[in-house]
Design a protein around this ligand. Sequence first.
Ligand SMILES: Cc1ncc(COP(=O)(O)O)c(C=O)c1O
Length: 412
Amino acid sequence: MKTRIPGMILVNSPGPTPIPSAVLSAMHEQSLDLADPEVDAAIARCESGLLSLTSAPPDFRVYLFISNGHGVWESALVNLIKPGQQVLIPSTGPFSDWWAEMAVTNEIPAVRTQWKPGFPIDPQNVADVLRNDPSRKIDAVFVVHTDTATGVTNDLKAIREAINSTGHPALLVIDVVASLAATPFSILECGVDVALGSSQKGLMMPAGLSFIVVSPRAREFSLGNQRPRYYWDWQRREGPQNYQKFCGTTPLQFLWGLQTSLNLLKAEGLEKVYQRHRRLTSAVHAAVEQWRQEGYLEFFCKDPLARSVSVTTVSTAPEVNAHEIRKIARERFQVGIAGGIGNMFGKAFRIGHLGDHNEASILACLVGVESTLAALEVPRGRDAIAAAIASLQTPVSQIYKTKSKQALTKEN
Ligand SMILES: Cc1ncc(COP(=O)(O)O)c(C=O)c1O
């Protein structure tokens, strides 16, 4: 049997992401009896930390779930879409498709917009659908902020403005699973009614804890929704006891982990967290820019301004074996990257750069991928690592101003 030495393989997947040792240690702390005041205090700290991380007003509520992201997807659907009504889920790659599939399985018709692969949601398409809904069949618009499969981040303010321009009252629900604590997100600034996220990405925790932040308007709306629900119901979680808040036993170690991860983010400072993600992403982009020169590897996201700071999806030409890249990177060079998923299965690899990463972990990952490409003799431009190192010397504001303009004129 092969044995693994923990910590010897870099985790450069876009979720689960590396877990800081402070979070791991906190999650090793012993349980308490559920009446211990520290339990309620920990829940309160987690709730207020999530409100502040999402820039939500204080009258918003936080509901915590012991589930992965799929759980809170379902919770948003069954609380917000009334029987006979519809949800609009603009297409932005596989994650929006899977959310829509879940809606349909719950007998909720999902209206979709056209997707131009490699590009973000066109807010105009959202406005067009809402304008064509005079009888207000659509209760909510569900948007995936960053689609982790494509590496595309959508412009939430533009989508909010598009909705406003129609006068349609649909609620705006945002999946921040892959973007939270990596790219700026503000419930207040984007006029978001509901945001949902999960622990295993920017929150630097294991998978298993998810949350929903809900506006008073969305809460009222859910209270008037007759759709049957139990575990995913929001109101059921409003009881005063922590056992009620979790619709069952309180997952203490997850709370210890979450409060620690929120403290780490606070100690670094959210602005610095965002800057670090942009800086590290610039190194990955610089390397991919070199790799793509021979035409065998390419950014999946064609709009440089929409490229995610959480994950970069690199499309591979048919001659290149994307599965083999992932396998060799892990087995020979100890770098755990992700593969293409959905309709990109076998046609891409993905480099995760969100969460607990720094210059060393990103450069090491890029060296591992470069070594893999060399081992597999994938034709590619030279000097990817030098370009990545050089990008780390440039102030972030400068890289993004100049690079985006250059890249836009080159690619569009
Ligand atoms: C953007 C996004 N939404 C939802 C999910 C689903 O989360 P989970 O896999 O934890 O169920 C993921 C998972 O990667 C995701 O990236």
